[in-house]
Ligand binder design. Sequence first.
Ligand SMILES: NC(=O)c1ccc[n+]([C@@H]2O[C@H](COP(=O)([O-])OP(=O)(O)OC[C@H]3O[C@@H](n4cnc5c(N)ncnc54)[C@H](OP(=O)(O)O)[C@@H]3O)[C@@H](O)[C@H]2O)c1
Length: 273
Amino acid sequence: MPPVPAFLYGTAWKEDSTAALTELALRAGFRGIDTANQRRHYFEAGVGQALAAAYRAGVVTRADLFLQTKFTYQRGQDHRLPYDPAATLAVQVAQSLASSLEHLGTDYVDSFVLHGPSSGYDWTEADVEVWEAMRKERDGGRTRLLGVSNVQLEHLEQLAATGTELPVFVQNRCFARLGWDREIRKFCGERKIAYQGFSLLTANPEVLQHPPLINLAASLNASPAQVVFSFARAVGMVPLTGTSSAEHMKQDLASLELKLPAELVQVIEGMAG
Ligand SMILES: NC(=O)c1ccc[n+]([C@@H]2O[C@H](COP(=O)([O-])OP(=O)(O)OC[C@H]3O[C@@H](n4cnc5c(N)ncnc54)[C@H](OP(=O)(O)O)[C@@H]3O)[C@@H](O)[C@H]2O)c1
């Protein structure tokens, strides 16, 4: 079983370029791919086309990869649903994952994530049903691991209070002004849940334009974006990037080699929150 890669390539919003960009990312060295069975924002079948092309060309094998997809409630979807909306939520979960496996040309994913809870504040009965259905998929071998996304601390606390098993991953938008999601990262850190951070660049333009960070990056011969990704790794996150640029793919992966002095990690952590 491959470990979780240090960086995930995100496939949202790429439409007809999904296959070409995902293949480019695999060729650039990404081994973790994040997608979702939510046609509104992701073209999962395009990810599958990229995988097939990369296997054919001998770039990677299935066993080299960490593939992550998501179950999305109907309210997060458009009309292109990957399940029968009249079916129970448990059946929708099973249908969604079966469709993902078909899109991705595999009989298991490495991680299956609840795209977002059904309510903005509470872990509801619907979430309980979905989580149990996701656990069944895991027990059936169709995913190795489970995660949740777009969660508040309350969701995680209420999920934990049901006494069920905790997710292996939390995937959240990471705002520097919220201490880089400090509370959630603390909850995760105390429970050995891996935190995946997205929108590290797009949610934090003020950080990327902060003169001290720009100077620090220049002194390290790196870009501000690389410093942010390197910081994310240093505080234990698994960052995501969805870059469409071959150059940025290389730079994003190279940021893993960048070593930030501990005192600078602290400065960045306290920068905006
Ligand atoms: N769970 C969820 O609800 C959820 C929500 C949103 C996203 N995601 C996941 O996270 C992935 C990433 O999404 P994101 O929101 O972080 O945004 P993104 O799509 O990765 O956008 C990142 C932006 O940063 C730029 N960029 C990347 N590397 C750069 C570099 N080295 N230097 C300068 N600019 C750079 C990109 O521009 P270039 O293209 O020009 O490089 C792009 O404009 C998505 O594809 C998806 O898989 C999940």
